[in-house]
Design a protein around this ligand. Sequence first.
Ligand code: BG6
Length: 515
Amino acid sequence: MDERTSEAWCAKLGAGGAKPAPSCAIVIFGMGGDLTRRLLIPALYNLSCWGLLPDGIAIVGVGHSDIGIDELCTQLEAGIRAFSGNAGFNRAAWDRIARNLDYIKGEFEDPATYRELAKRLSTKTKDTGENVLFYLAVAEKFFAPVVLRLADVGLTRAEHGWRRVIVEKPFGHDVASARALNRTLLSVLSEDQIYRIDHFLGKETVQNILVVRFANGFFEPIWNRDHIDHVQITVAETVGVEQRGAFYEPTGALRDMVPNHLFQLLSLTAMEPPIALDANAVRSRKQDVLKTVRPFTEDDARRYAVRAQYDAGVSAGKPVKGYRDEARVNPHSTTETYCALSVLIDNWRWAGVPFYLRTGKRLTRRQTEIAIAFKRAPHLVFDDGPVGATTTNWLVLHLQPDEGMSLHFDAKVPGPAVRLGNVHMDFLYKDYFHVAPSTGYETLVYDCMIGDQMLFQGAESIEAAWSIVQPIADVWSEDREKGLVRYSAGSPGPLEADKLLESEGRHWRPLDRNE
Ligand code: BG6
């Protein structure tokens, strides 16, 4: 595709009806990092393609490396070509970013960095006004120091504009550290200035859960304990820990995935209808779900939570290492790379309906889905007779990789005899909609620029989520090797996770979309 065609194509994608964000400066702490190169700058570029960046924009990177602006641009452009999801390259869209780019080399804890930043920002207000978005694409240990130093030089307040801070994951590593971080941030910022990101909420299909549930009349009447037998939420990955051993070793699957991504999926699935589609209404309904999750006792943590670690195996046809042989991992590590939980929600809608959650690395297939299992028909005239047994009716929301939905039900097999056959009715996003290539960060960055916190997490829900997993994490760190089971890389996970459901007469859906 040549550059002109690509520009037209980008313009056509547009973000139907959305307006460009208000003028602002975006300051990215961690300009030299992977997140910036792979996701943030490509997301800003896509927003530029869609006409959603403001005319008055400045982008100021802050990082450790001693790099000139030209070299930085070359690196970022290469990142866009590799990661924006677009087949072509829109020169004009990139130029809008490149010509407004500035860079400060500095340490994140050095006050001089912030004095320089304040000076540079003051030269840009003619174009950007006083609005500034600070993006903390840095290691967790810098979240508090960066925000406190911004406050020291007066950058967290503006008389004629807004100041907002996007904080990346992980937001704390347990209840105490999440609380402490909230306390520190809230000592210099107000809650409406803090945008705690969970990138799952940037995924179209995750946002679609709200639309499926609340824009369609036929789901709501059956979306409760009277009709739903149980819910399975799966985030299965084929990748191992890759180069992230140093981060993953003290973290593990539970902390890395459950209080954030899996609980987001859980709360969107289980929440009550919000009174309006705005940040406060949606966030408080989601928070209600987390507050009503039944707390795990020590005994529950051993009975209803499974943890496992991958051994060597075969993934995508190639032999791969076991976790303990991965780089920067302790050879005697007891860190889990897989976990499965059975969660109960003690409220009117969900009493007695288990939500089974599982996530793991190096599994058979990349598959993120929410599967709703409906109760059997009340009177089984067909059951187990010569016509064949009835099967579970499933509604499955496929979030990755084949975005869509499917409905599984029984139908009569054609022919003179009455025989039952199981039917899968599929809706794939790509068959119905033009899916614009994106990194998943576009919506989140744009929402922050327009001041919409709906897709970000509030302080209380972060703490509520950590409180749920804390007793499990405590038991696991006490038990160490005891109770840690093993699975082969490339397998669907440990047998113990199967037993968790089998003991309640249920089975995981196979890790294979076309089962
Ligand atoms: C991140 C976790 O938050 O989410 C990773 O730290 C995980 O371990 C990733 O691989 C999964 O996100 P996605 O978008 O690839 O499904």
